[in-house]
Design a protein around this ligand. Structure first.
Ligand code: COA
Length: 87
């Protein structure tokens, strides 16, 4: 889709999601005050570096491999017969 960067908002209290996004190369760049209307919680704004860069593509490839191995191990442990493709 020719996108150059990715951005998202996440609740400032949601450390699990923030850790996931940090792992995938998102960095905090600011906040949107009272973004969530249910409890007036602030949103943390996160951005990636250019996703077409060699660095980001390398990170993504490594994470995809890690995820593939983890899913394959889980399938084996569960004794499930499934076809998991590493793309
Ligand atoms: C965010 C969410 C998708 C993560 O899913 P998950 O199944 O926990 O993800 P994984 O187990 O693959 O973990 C991925 C990463 O998330 C982070 N993470 C997961 N559980 C965590 C925990 N208890 N504490 C801190 N970080 C955690 C880690 O960075 C982890 O990577 P690591 O295993 O290499 O350390 C899941 O918690 C979820 O669905 N949350 C509710 C919805 C939500 O918060 N969505 C985001 C809205 S912005």
């Amino acid at each position: 889709m020719q996108a150059s960067t990715l951005t998202l908002e996440v609740r400032v209290s949601n450390m699990v999601a923030q850790n996931l996004y940090l792992k995938y190369g998102f960095q905090p760049v600011g906040t949107r005050k009272r973004y969530y209307t249910d409890n007036n919680e602030d949103a943390l704004i996160m951005f990636t570096d250019p996703i077409q860069s060699l660095g980001y593509q390398t990170l993504l490839k490594e994470l995809r491999q890690q995820l593939f191995h983890r899913l394959r191990d889980q399938v084996h442990q569960a004794g499930i017969t499934a076809h998991v493709s590493s793309c």
